[in-house]
Design a protein around this ligand. Structure first.
Ligand code: NAP
Length: 246
């Protein structure tokens, strides 16, 4: 049985990806931030994954921390035997215009959204290299492609992920490791629930399909990218934004 790790999978897009990959037949390692409330939510996600007849376990780790990622990847390899897919999904926002953005808010977003991807790919690629196979999907954002006012930290982190995706695709292609990114637009999750109705309406103006995307619409593309159907796709960024830019 193939094994997938999904980071930040206690809710939102990550939880949805975990359940979709379980439905696809992957054993699933559900990463969550080390807090009691995240643990509780992650346990419920793992339970839903097991309903598809696969193995699913929860792993607490702050993915912005190098040592915690190393420990978690070691544990998952020991528990599952292989690591066949990695989805770097964990992310946060701390929005503010550049002139007012605090240094701590810049650093926090870079650490969680960008450094985490380095941490996880570094340890997981070691395992995949020995297996001579693996699929990595990094969850970027349209903000990393086009920028977004109030998100200099977030768009920097997501643009970096795109560069890292292309680099890892080039470094590990000869080892049969595919590395791609998805760039979601406006998706209905706890991250966007906090936006005001006025701002949501304004943002939807730019979306051709005139609606928010659903987490399932990200999970289905990730499902494809980690499948053998996507075996000749690497180093690509798939925009999933309802036609935000054309
Ligand atoms: P979400 O509901 O806030 O989920 C993010 C998950 O990541 C949460 O479970 C969160 O835990 C976890 N997380 C945060 N920091 C972590 C850390 N240091 N270690 C481990 N887990 C951590 O947001 P979402 O909308 O599903 O976003 C998922 C991904 O999609 C993110 O990378 C986001 O940037 C990207 N994205 C989302 C949208 C959108 O419109 N929703 C658009 C483009 C890209 P806590 O709840 O404890 O923080």
């Amino acid at each position: 049985m193939a094994t997938a790790i999904i980071t930040g999978a206690s809710q939102g897009i990550g939880a949805c990806i975990a359940k979709r990959l379980a439905k696809d037949g992957f054993d699933v390692a559900v990463n969550h931030y080390p807090s009691d409330s995240d643990r509780e939510k992650a346990l419920a996600v793992a339970e839903e994954c097991r309903a598809f007849g696969v193995k699913a376990e929860c792993y607490a780790a702050d993915v912005s921390k190098f040592d915690q990622c190393e420990e978690m990847v070691k544990q998952i390899k020991a528990d599952f035997g292989s690591i066949d897919a990695l989805v770097n999904n964990a992310g946060i926002t701390k929005d503010g215009l550049l002139a007012r953005m605090k240094e701590s808010d810049y650093d926090a977003v870079i650490a969680v959204n960008q450094k985490s991807v380095y941490n996880m790919m570094k340890f997981v690629c070691g395992v995949m290299m020995k297996q001579r196979s693996g699929k990595i999907v990094n969850v970027a954002s349209v903000a990393g492609l086009y920028g977004n006012p109030g998100q200099v930290n977030y768009s920097a982190s997501k643009a970096a992920i795109i560069g890292m995706t292309k680099t890892v695709a080039k470094e590990f292609g000869s080892r049969n490791i595919n590395c791609n990114a998805v760039a979601p637009g406006l998706i209905r999750t706890p991250m966007t629930d906090v936006l005001s109705d006025e701002l949501k309406a304004k943002m939807l103006d730019a979306v051709s399909l005139k609606r928010f995307g659903e987490p399932e619409e990200i999970a289905s593309v990730v499902s494809f990218l980690v499948s053998e159907d996507a075996s000749y796709i690497t180093g690509q960024v798939i925009e999933i934004s309802g036609g935000l830019s054309m």
